[in-house]
Design a protein around this ligand. Structure first.
Ligand SMILES: O=C(O)Cc1cc(O)ccc1O
Ligand SMILES: [Fe+2]
Length: 424
């Protein structure tokens, strides 16, 4: 792919023509370095690795030191459990200069990066580009959902320009630096184990939902900058660390392999839904899944609620009332969500395991009295991180972010009794 953003540093493209991964001497005086995304011994279908040909190997840096930036949390027992329904009004983007790392806030999660078992959800809120600073995550993979502001992301593999209504996946270990063009907000799902993959399609057949051709990885891009002070931030066992080096980490002149960051435009999702009656489960909208070891059960699914026709006959069309053995974290990128009139873009909801949820009283009334004509939901994009982990909300999520609603539960308060045994 080619990047749509500005390229400020000099871009040089060199063709590297080698027939082995690790020659005695690499062309152009480069170093070969493997980045492993799965155990060496994983089966061929899941094995992931890439070979990077770079100006210097990654190992030349000063010792790591703890870094006190952002609100990254991975101790999900610190703050008391709370099974209530949560709704956040749009998260506030700071006025003071804040870059992507400084603006990372863990809102909820479960498990533990040390045992490589669990997930975290972050809200990033920033307004400043990372200057001579990059990040990598030793704990797992990031699926980033920009909601406001484009992200121009430099990675070791090349550049990715990602706008709201697109997502980007940056896997474990990959260094990246985020440039922004103003106030920027979005959501991140982190999985501590496994990788995101396309869901199986079963009887749908060979085509549909997210198509493989729409996932774009960058071509190599490098900068040859020495005698600088470059900060590398690592997230390791749930904490941030920093070290410095005298050259740019984006010195990969060429790479090959199947472990690379990628982006995806949500508008390319081919939506499948009922053309007869009843409300299909939201798994029909799965873009990517990170499977667990139990067949059919996801560590986390990334599910979207895109523009689509609503045509179900004699059907209660909005999401049904629900209690789930999975946790549901939802956000809105744009427009409205058909179960709740007061969910806002840039805000979020969390409906935890077995916590009841569903349409608010006003939406129920409307859905049961509206004439059921074909209707197009337009200019909307909501999403859900659905997980088999029971997530805990952090102190930032429950208190410090300042946009948690006290009275969310009241949206269901007006639900009336309509039962009449004499009137079928
Ligand atoms: O809770 C939600 O709004 C998400 C959701 C959507 C849907 O269409 C069916 C079930 C479900 O949990
Ligand atoms: Fe639900």
């Amino acid at each position: 792919m080619t990047s749509k953003g500005d390229v400020n540093a000099t871009a040089l493209y060199i063709s590297i023509d080698i027939i082995q991964n690790s020659p005695q001497v690499c062309p152009y005086g480069l170093y070969a370095e493997q980045l492993s995304g799965t155990a060496f011994t994983c089966p061929r279908e899941t094995n992931k690795r890439s070979w990077l040909y770079r100006i210097r190997p990654s190992v030349g840096h000063t010792p790591y030191k703890p870094l006190d930036e952002g609100r990254v949390e991975s101790d999900f027992s610190k703050w008391p459990p709370n099974p209530n329904q949560f709704r956040w009004q749009p998260f506030k983007i700071p006025e003071e200069k804040t870059d992507f790392v400084q603006g990372l806030n863990t809102i909820c999660g479960a498990g533990d990066p040390k045992s490589r078992n669990g997930i975290s959800v972050y809200i990033y809120l920033c307004n400043t580009s990372m200057t001579d600073k990059c990040m990598y995550n030793a704990d797992g993979d990031f699926l980033i959902v920009p909601q406001e502001g484009p992200l121009h992301i430099y990675t070791e593999f090349g550049q990715l320009y990602v706008q709201p209504n697109e997502i980007v996946v940056i896997q474990q270990g990959m260094k990246f630096s985020v440039n922004v063009s103003g106030p920027s907000r979005g959501y991140i799902l982190e999985v501590y184990n496994g990788h995101f993959q396309l869901p199986n399609l079963g009887p749908i057949g060979a085509n549909g939902l997210a198509n493989p051709r729409d996932f774009l990885s960058p071509v190599a891009w490098y900068e040859d900058r020495d005698n600088i002070s470059y900060n590398v931030v690592g997230k390791f066992q749930g904490k941030l660390f920093t070290c410095s080096q005298d050259h740019s980490p984006f010195d990969v002149v060429g790479w090959h392999g199947n472990y690379a960051p990628f982006k995806y435009d949500l508008s390319t999702f081919m939506v499948i839904n009922t053309v007869s009656f009843d409300h299909a489960d939201p798994s029909i909208f799965t873009v990517l899944t990170c499977p667990s070891n139990t067949p059919g059960v996801a560590v986390a699914d990334f599910v979207i609620f895109p523009p689509r026709w609503s045509v179900g006959e004699h059907t209660f069309r909005p999401p049904y009332y629900h209690r789930n053995c999975m946790s549901e974290f939802m956000g809105i990128i744009s427009g409205v969500y058909d179960a709740k009139k007061d969910n806002r873009p840039g805000g979020a909801t969390l409906h935890s395991m077995m916590t009841p949820h569903g349409p608010d009283a006003a939406m129920f009334k409307k859905a049961t009295t509206d004439e059921l004509k074909p209707f197009k939901l337009e200019n909307n994009m909501a999403f859900m991180f659905e997980s088999s982990f029971s997530m805990a909300v952090t102190q930032w999520g429950e208190k410090d972010c300042g946009t948690l609603e006290d009275a969310y539960f009241k949206c269901w308060a007006g639900i009336q009794k309509y039962f009449d045994p004499n009137n079928k």
